[in-house]
Design a protein around this ligand. Structure first.
Ligand code: NDP
Length: 822
């Protein structure tokens, strides 16, 4: 028998179990069997197949849930479509009331939701009670506010329509909140599919929503496998897909939605760095690592799973960490005094174990503390692997479990290089008592969320989302709203892809056709050689392309003839190829990464340069007008209006160059959360044919104003306005490499851009077919894309041709969280 003296000696906690009785009663009321939740009602499909949900801490069967078939998915989407008609017309102030009621109702059922979440997922009740469910409520309060304000603050926007939402199992309720709250606040309706391992809390949430009086069909929950997820994604009546999950499935969804005009946001995997500098408060940093990697058993997309610690303090730090690991308590998720619960499922447990063994194989030293685990249930010891090579797969791949790998560094530059040595970019933290160093490192690490002296802080008012293969789009904050709205002037794009004859299941063309193939041109037409009218042969002007601030010959030395109005030859341009694009990308990279590179310049400096471009363009106004008339056959007046609009547009972005840097987010953190609108990086831009000068300027200017460097593919039909532009750039102090221009076949050149690993985003304003391929091919490294689907856009119209939409595409939001106080 344990005596009081024994307890004093060990200071061991006893178990402090939370009661599962309310959850069991709820499950029993449903006969431990659930159908689909459509139109605020349980729909039990006849002859449905069922899936069993188990408690990973105990192995007990919790309930069975239906596996959706196509007809269930169709019914849910039809319900959401019908509801959309009225919900989208419901005034924002009324939607706000509903959302407020939902938030209140979540709080009323707080404990029930938390207990169910822990039983279904295996996470500690301490976390579901104190983090997941409070954040669930917080999201509905926060976005109730945006519903209230939409008509004034987002007056140029409308809802997108029916949204398909697919979420993973690690934070079932929190993920659901991140998706549903902004969507319905903006007047959309949703069909959400929870992950198979964790379906139950979404079903309880459905009842909480219905009880709060939300009109039927606004929120529908469908349970089913990945196949059901795919049915939602490929359904023609869905207007947007919001997905959180693995990068692999994210890639599949990018391909399945390519070219359809559906909006897409992807929150994918990560391998977050925790950078500990020598001057950090090491004890605080140890606690930070506990939060970073053992929160939710490390099944966190932004987990700090790569420890990067300064060499001179590394032995001391690792020792402290090992000691701390020895005090972590792993046990039943309903025990209030545990630190870590169970792994969600046996297959995930096996994956974690596979990676630990791999770490050992790769030469790592595996440390697991001598702590006891419960005898049954899916528990895994907190694990640290040291002595690995930075290129080891255990260091590069996401393990999604309680496994930390550690590396060391000597200088801050090395720390940043190691932190960025990943294909992901979701979250990370830096630990230092030197504020300058910490903020410098936080701003240089490429990730959507950076925490200074803390990790895994979240709030509805701060957006969350990735760089690179961690996906695109933001959830949370004002920035999260733009995933769920469309400019008012724009209808849902319905691109015409009939010529591609896409297969409904794979979204691939019925016949394999090589996109972007191009045979270089042959000698130009005879008119090219005609005299210039003065009896003399014309002085030959060898067409060039513009790379790194220099006019250079195209690699293949081929040329393209530019045929103007009435079939008259008006000039020649270089016919660029893959090599030219690669050179241009290299030049664009060099100038962005240089020490005082383009992205690092002040907005003031960039604005001065944009004003200078405008000034120099205006000085050659007549020449540009003449060229447009020659090429397009439009009237002098119309061409003049285009040139004037181009000058004005440069002024617009000169204005925006120092006014879109970000803001302070009003999160719940005691401290400062700064949202920085960072440049995306190197952007490849394929320009439209209409308005050869204005189209070019309208796309180039926002990109460079916000610190990106660009590879421009000018209008294929009328490229001479862009080649004339070289001189304007040359005389306007634009550093070489900021704007690179490669003329030629639009799709041929775009293909190289979109397949290029070092291009961060591609904007494409060519055909519907080209738009399809850009989106499809972008899946290879998940680069951001913005395409026109071959649909008309009035570049002369300020609403369509400039403004927030462009700035949004030219930036990615990074939130830096800085706690304050002693
Ligand atoms: P998956 O990508 O396997 O699954 C995510 C969701 O997609 C599940 O609902 C799943 O359904 C569904 N799904 C699976 N296949 C398809 C398909 N072909 N079409 C449509 N839907 C499909 O990820 P996990 O659930 O295993 O979650 C772990 C991953 O999620 C990790 O890589 C993690 O990094 C990432 N993640 C990212 C977050 C972020 O914010 N960036 C947050 C949380 C997790 P089913 O469960 O039925 O298979």
């Amino acid at each position: 028998m344990t005596t009081l003296l024994d307890l004093f000696k060990t200071m061991e906690y006893g178990p402090a179990p939370e009661s599962p009785s309310a959850v069991n009663a709820w499950l029993e009321e449903h006969g431990r069997k659930f159908g689909q939740f459509i139109n605020n009602e349980w729909v039990t499909p006849k002859a449905a197949k069922y899936y069993s949900s188990f408690n990973p801490s105990t192995g007990e069967l919790l309930a069975e849930t239906a596996q959706a078939e196509k007809k269930d998915v169709d019914a849910a989407i039809a319900a959401a479509r019908t509801a959309f008609e009225t919900w989208s017309e419901t005034p924002g102030v009324v939607r706000a009331r509903y959302m407020y009621a939902i938030a209140r109702n979540i709080q009323k059922h707080h404990r029930l939701l938390a207990v169910l979440e822990s039983m279904d997922n295996g996470k500690p009740i301490r976390e579901s009670r104190d983090v997941d469910v409070p954040l669930l409520a917080r999201h509905f309060y926060y976005y109730a506010g945006w519903a209230q304000l939409m008509e004034t603050e987002l007056r140029d926007y409308q809802p997108v329509g029916v949204i398909g939402q697919i979420i993973p199992w690690n934070f079932p309720l929190m993920m659901l909140a991140w998706k549903i709250a902004p969507a319905i606040a903006m007047g959309n309706t949703v069909v959400l599919k929870p992950a198979s391992y964790t379906r139950l809390s979404a079903l309880l949430f459905a009842e909480v929503v219905a009880e709060a009086g939300l009109p039927p069909g606004v929120v529908n929950i469908i349970t089913g496998s990945g196949k059901a997820g795919e049915m939602i994604v490929t359904h023609p009546d869905v207007d947007k897909i919001a997905f959180t999950g693995s990068t692999e499935i994210g890639r599949t969804l990018r391909r399945l939605t390519a070219g359809t005009g559906k909006k897409l946001s992807l929150e994918l995997g990560g391998k977050g760095p925790v950078v500990v500098f020598e001057d950090a408060d090491l004890d605080a940093a140890v606690e930070g690592v506990v939060d970073a990697i053992w929160f939710n058993q490390g099944q966190v997309c932004c987990a700090g799973s790569r420890l990067i610690v300064q060499e001179n303090v590394a032995p001391r730090f690792i020792q402290k960490l090992k000691t701390r690991m020895g005090h972590l308590r792993v046990g039943d998720s309903l025990d209030k005094s545990i630190d870590m619960g169970a792994i969600v499922d046996k297959s995930q447990w096996d994956t974690v174990d596979y990676w630990v063994k791999m770490g050992e194989k790769e030469g790592g030293k595996v440390f697991q503390p001598d702590i006891t685990l419960p005898t049954k249930g899916l528990f895994y010891k907190p694990t640290l692997i040291t002595d690995l090579d930075p290129a080891a797969s255990t260091v590069q791949e996401e393990i999604f479990g309680p496994v930390l790998v550690s590396l060391t560094f000597r200088t801050p530059e090395e720390a940043i290089a190691l932190a960025n040595n990943t294909r992901y970019g979701l979250g990370g933290s830096v630990w230092s008592d030197n504020i300058n160093l910490a903020l410098d490192a936080a701003s240089k690490i490429k990730a959507g969320a950076m925490w200074v002296n803390c990790h895994n802080a979240f709030d509805a008012a701060g957006g969350f989302g990735g760089y690179r293969e961690s996906g695109f789009g933001r959830e949370g904050g004002r920035e999260g709203l733009f995933e769920y709205v469309r400019p008012k002037w724009m209808d849902r794009p319905q691109p015409d892809l009939t010529t591609l004859r896409l297969d409904a299941a794979t979204n691939l063309p019925a016949e394999k056709k090589a996109w972007g193939e191009h045979i270089p041109s042959r000698p130009a037409r005879p008119e090219a050689g005609r005299a210039n009218g003065h009896g003399l042969p014309p002085v030959d002007r060898t067409p060039k392309i513009y790379i790194g601030g220099k006019q250079v010959r195209p690699d293949g030395a081929y040329t393209l003839s530019v045929v103007g109005a009435k079939g008259k030859l008006v000039g020649q341009v270089g016919d660029g190829n893959r090599k030219d694009i690669r050179n241009a990308v290299e030049a664009a990279h060099a100038v962005i990464e240089a020490k005082q590179g383009w992205a690092m310049r002040h907005g003031y400096n960039r604005s001065q340069i944009l004003y200078f471009i405008a000034e120099n363009l205006d000085a050659r106004n007549a020449e540009f007008v003449k060229r447009i008339v020659e090429m397009t056959g439009r009237t002098q007046k119309s061409a003049q209006a285009e040139v004037d609009a181009a000058v004005e547009r440069l002024f617009t972005y000169a204005a925006w160059a120092d006014k879109y840097g970000g803001n302070i987010q009003e999160t719940t953190l005691r401290g400062i959360t700064v949202a920085v609108n960072e440049p995306v990086g190197v952007i490849g831009i394929a320009c439209p044919d209409e308005y050869p000068l204005l189209g070019f300027v309208s796309l180039m200017a926002p990109a460079i104003a916000r610190g990106n460097t660009v590879v421009m593919i000018p209008s294929q039909r009328f490229p001479l306005s862009a080649t004339d532009f070289y001189q304007v750039l040359d005389t306007s102090d634009v550093p070489g490499g900021v704007v690179n221009i490669v003329t030629g076949d639009r799709d041929h050149l775009t293909k190289t851009l979109v397949q290029h690993e070092d291009v961060d985003a591609v904007w494409y304003f060519g055909s519907a077919e080209g738009s399809y391929w850009v989106e499809y091919e972008s899946a290879a490294n998940m680069k951001r894309t913005w395409v026109g689907y071959g649909l008309p856009r009035d570049w002369m119209d300020r609403e369509q041709g400039e403004g927030h939409e462009f700035l949004h595409e030219a930036t990615q939001v990074k939130n830096i969280w800085v706690p304050t106080g002693e």
